[in-house]
Write a protein that binds this ligand. Structure first.
Ligand SMILES: [Zn+2]
Length: 109
């Protein structure tokens, strides 16, 4: 289906962007700490922020991969909780969403 091919392309694009982002983040974390203590403190704070960003990117990558998997299985666009179709507007906003708006609001996310 043409519509799904477009979604697949945008998901793959998204995955590549996220991989890039993650590579940059993890590269920055590996930078050696500066000898100056004050610099170290700032660096440590930055590492925490980068860790958070890295985890967020990893979670997003996982969700995009699962969406691609659902696309392969022909389950894309179906809520993973109640099985009802996810609205087109929601899929447009979040192409990798796995829950309909009703279940997502009940799950608190
Ligand atoms: Zn649902």
């Amino acid at each position: 289906m043409k519509e799904y091919e477009e979604i697949r392309h945008s998901l793959i694009d998204m995955l590549e962007d996220l991989d890039d982002k993650l590579a940059k983040i993890t590269h920055d974390v590996k930078e050696p700490l500066d000898k100056d203590f004050e610099e170290q403190a700032t660096q440590a704070e930055n590492d925490e922020v980068l860790d958070g960003l890295g985890n967020a990117a990893r979670t997003e990558i996982e969700m995009v991969k699962q969406a691609l998997d659902r696309l392969d299985k022909g389950q894309y666009g179906l809520c993973q909780v109640c099985g009802q179709p996810i609205s087109k507007e929601r899929l447009k906003a979040i192409p990798y969403s796995s829950m309909c708006i009703k279940c997502a609001s009940q799950a608190g996310c």
